[in-house]
Design a protein around this ligand. Structure first.
Ligand SMILES: [Zn+2]
Length: 292
């Protein structure tokens, strides 16, 4: 696997990627963020929306403001509140007076099973969008599409004027998305993939990480197939007598960067919870078994 930080990437520059859409890449490359978080500016003049403002890094916030120029920021919109997506919302709102509109905040505990350091606990939206609700500006509309799974509060945003869909971390071209319990939920994730597959109006996806996806339904169909394969693989591990996630991972993720194994383990856990809900497996004391 190529180390994403070794890929030449246009940090702190605004790139026009399609009609009404510009992209600014934040300098936070990692095995989970690829070359970094991509912030999108939607709108050509007058006012713009900023989707996924990214990490709270001055270089990145300055680049977003430079790209905004004389336009007004009508809305700062987050797809979800992982720390690589939403922390810049607060300083950007403070510097511009723009409202934060979009996904709901997550109430997670500071410790215990619901605690998760990957989340931005400072996120405070001015307005939360329910599924189907929209924000409109000069020549653009962004409609929230509830897509829980990667996180429970995940939204995609559709731009009907061009057929673009901003997919956040729900669907990305470069990697499958991490579904980590307890907030990440594989049953929801699969339903949210099926929802996108039914949307024939989307012609291009702009994910928060990695390149635009030009044949989006084909990718979504492939991802649904990939998750079903993963599920079969897990059932075979159980058949082979491996009952703990830690025993399954080295067999299932041979050849994969070991830094990704803990995340892979959380995805396998998410599949097991889904299989248990469907009465296909049972669990006791972190040991999983096929239902007899
Ligand atoms: Zn995320």
């Amino acid at each position: 696997m190529t180390d994403p930080s070794a890929i030449a990437a246009p940090y702190a520059e605004a790139e026009q990627v399609g009609p009404l859409v510009r992209r600014v890449l934040a300098r936070n490359p990692s095995p989970f963020t690829y070359t970094g978080t991509q912030t999108y500016l939607v709108g050509a003049a007058g006012d713009v929306a900023v989707i996924d403002p990214g990490p709270d890094e001055t270089e990145h916030i300055d680049a977003i403001l430079a790209a905004t120029g004389n336009a007004r920021i009508a809305a700062i919109m987050c797809t979800h509140t992982h720390r690589d997506h939403s922390p810049a919302a607060t300083p950007l709102a403070a510097r511009t007076g723009a409202p934060i509109i979009g996904c709901a905040p997550l109430t997670l505990e500071d410790d215990g099973p619901r605690a998760d350091a990957a989340f931005d606990s400072h996120y405070r939206p001015d307005r939360v969008l329910a599924d189907g609700e929209a924000v409109a500006g000069d020549g653009w509309t962004l409609t929230a599409i509830a897509t829980p799974g990667h996180t429970s509060n995940h939204l995609c945003y559709a731009l009907p004027e061009t057929g673009a869909l901003f997919t956040g971390d729900h669907v990305m071209g470069w990697s499958t998305s991490v579904v980590a319990p307890p907030d990440g939920d594989m049953s929801d994730y699969m339903e949210s993939l099926a929802l996108l597959y039914r949307r024939e109006q989307d012609t291009v996806y702009y994910p928060a990480h990695g390149p635009a996806v030009e044949k989006p339904r084909q990718l979504v169909r492939g991802m649904i197939g990939h998750r079903r394969q993963r599920e079969k693989q897990i059932l075979r591990q159980l058949e082979a007598g491996r009952h703990r996630i830690g025993d399954m991972i080295p067999h299932m993720y041979k050849g994969v960067d070991e830094r990704l194994w803990p995340a892979a383990g959380r995805s396998v856990h998410a599949h097991l919870i889904d299989l248990e809900r469907r009465d296909l497996v049972t669990s006791a004391n972190d040991k999983w078994s096929l239902r007899a």
